[in-house]
Design a binder for this molecule. Structure first.
Ligand code: ADQ
Length: 485
């Protein structure tokens, strides 16, 4: 079924930069969100509201795509509603609130969060811009009374805009469902209430008909926050919240990966490693939530505790720098590089380097080969909404299967029970998990990996989208099921 749809996300599926003549050109963005949402917008002739980078100014036209291989190639410029932000506003809103306040707080790391009123005002102002632009997009729909009209808002950058948009739509008597998906964790009430603007965020989200999270834990944390902080009426069993005259349905809809794409490319991707040692592999955005420092130190402990394994393994870490405008992220890069240097210096021999480190992006196609040839996938976030890397690693284990080691503090860790689950905060536990994985015999590896693969193949990206739209279409039925107190 085709429906009138607006997707709203902080970033558009491309950034605009200028070529040597000063003309704007699209530079494609990759990543899970674009892979999932671009085909949806194309199929439905929908709109996409978002920011396209600092180079885009109001007097510029959005160019058409000139790259037929780009996932967002089929999105015409008339379907794009760009948000223009000054450098100063972007800094307060994005580097300030999104990355400096909300990111650490939502990942239950409140001591890293900075709370500043001027930054918060910018966050609210930017959310208002998004709300106004989305309202203009909705007004272009063919039928403003159609029940299937939908706005789908993405992630923590846009948590106060839903209620703003709801009010605009109600005043204009436009029928349109609002849905929200949070890609990162929603923390417990006791952490969330540290945010001086907790009420505003909850009230903002309650402008939506459907509010979805990766896991039941996050969904129930959100319900408890609405109950304790706002005093909202909640039905915990049916997962429904009522506040004032608004009713919202809450759901856990865990995201999946394009499984077949990874499996297929694992068959043809080039061989990345030309050494005989077993490879322990990690790939992440360079972010303190990903537990990369803890991982490296756990590996050091492994080499210390199990000297027989030295020269028989190599730890290969790929980390792409991100959010380099934020000090904590710059410090993390320095610290990681110091630690890698120190550990290499401590254990390396003339013939063997214990850690190889690439500080860059690698293509998803090449990545399929890295995953395939790694004996151990070592994924140790201290907190992560879901973690797609764990799922991608599993999809690429096509021949002699490797072993997945994963932190239980990730959404993925809540369901991937056949992996080795390890608390990354204790180095000995990481060291012992690596040893168990290193020693694991073929039949156990195969048994565990088969079970992991069956689940991820079934609950892939398409299943996620289907379950999201099923939930959207059932909203009115769900709302009738409430028995609130
Ligand atoms: P991220 O924090 O970005 O996503 P993750 O889920 O691991 O984390 O996804 C990262 C993606 O980027 C993966 O597809 C991975 O292959 C790719 N990637 C990472 N480092 C790379 C590198 N150096 N080179 C090439 N590719 C690299 C947020 C949340 C997650 C949630 C997702 C989706 O923080 O918890 O799983 O959204 O909802």
């Amino acid at each position: 079924m085709k429906r009138s749809l607006v997707v709203v996300s902080n970033r558009l599926p491309f950034v605009i930069s200028t070529n040597e003549n000063g003309d704007p050109v699209r530079k494609n963005s990759a990543g899970g969100l674009v892979t999932a949402l671009a085909p949806l917008v194309i199929k439905n002739d929908g709109y996409w509201v978002g920011w396209a980078g600092n180079d885009l100014t109001e007097n510029m036209q959005i160019p058409e795509s000139d790259d037929p291989t780009a996932i967002a190639h089929g999105i015409k410029s008339s379907q794009i509603i760009p948000i223009y932000l000054s450098k100063e506003t972007f800094d307060l809103y994005y580097n300030g609130v999104c990355n400096g306040t909300l990111w650490p707080l939502m990942h239950s790391l409140p001591t890293l969060a900075v709370f500043r009123g001027d930054q918060w005002s910018a966050y609210v102002a930017v959310n208002e811009l998004f709300s106004n632009s989305t309202f203009e997009a909705v007004k272009k729909f063919d039928n403003l009374d159609e029940k299937s009209n939908l706005v789908w808002i993405q992630d923590y950058q846009l948590m106060v805009m839903p209620m703003m948009l709801r009010n605009l739509l109600d005043e204009a008597h436009i029928t349109c469902k609002l849905a929200f998906f949070l890609h990162i964790p929603f923390p417990s009430w006791d952490i969330f209430r540290l945010n001086p603007w907790a009420n505003e965020i909850l009230l903002g989200l309650l402008g939506c008909d459907l509010i979805a999270f990766h896991t039941n834990t996050y969904a129930s944390n959100f319900i408890e926050c609405c109950f304790y902080i706002l005093g909202a009426r909640v039905d915990r069993k049916e997962m429904i919240i009522e506040y004032g005259n608004k009713t919202s349905v809450v759901r856990a809809l865990p995201i999946g990966i394009p499984y077949d794409w990874f499996e297929k490319n694992a068959r043809i991707a080039p061989k990345p490693f030309n050494f005989k040692e077993k490879v322990i592999f990690g790939v992440d955005r360079l972010d303190y939530t990903k537990g990369i420092i803890q991982r490296v130190r756990g590996y050091e402990r492994f080499l210390e505790k199990y000297p027989d394994c030295r020269e028989k393994v190599v730890f290969f870490q790929v980390a792409v720098p991100s959010r380099t405008d934020v000090e904590d992220y710059r410090n993390l890069k320095d610290e990681l590089e110091r630690e890698i240097g120190r550990i290499s210096g401590r254990f390396a021999t003339a013939e063997w380097t214990p850690i190889k480190y690439i500080c860059n992006n690698i293509s998803q196609f090449d990545l399929a080969g890295y995953y395939r040839d790694a004996r151990i996938g070592l994924i140790t976030p201290v907190r992560d909404g879901m973690n797609l890397v764990a799922k991608e690693y599993v999809a690429c284990q096509i021949d002699d299967p490797g072993v997945l080691i994963i932190s239980p503090f990730t959404g993925a860790g809540e369901t991937m029970n056949e992996a080795l689950l390890v608390n990354p905060l204790e180095q000995d536990l990481i060291a012992d998990a690596i040893k168990t994985a290193y020693d694991m015999k073929y039949y156990e590896r195969k048994l565990r990996m088969n079970a992991l693969q069956t689940r991820e193949r079934l609950f892939n990206l398409d299943t996620w989208l289907e379950s999201f739209f099923d939930a959207v279409d059932m909203i009115d039925n769900f709302k009738k099921m409430k028995s609130l107190n």
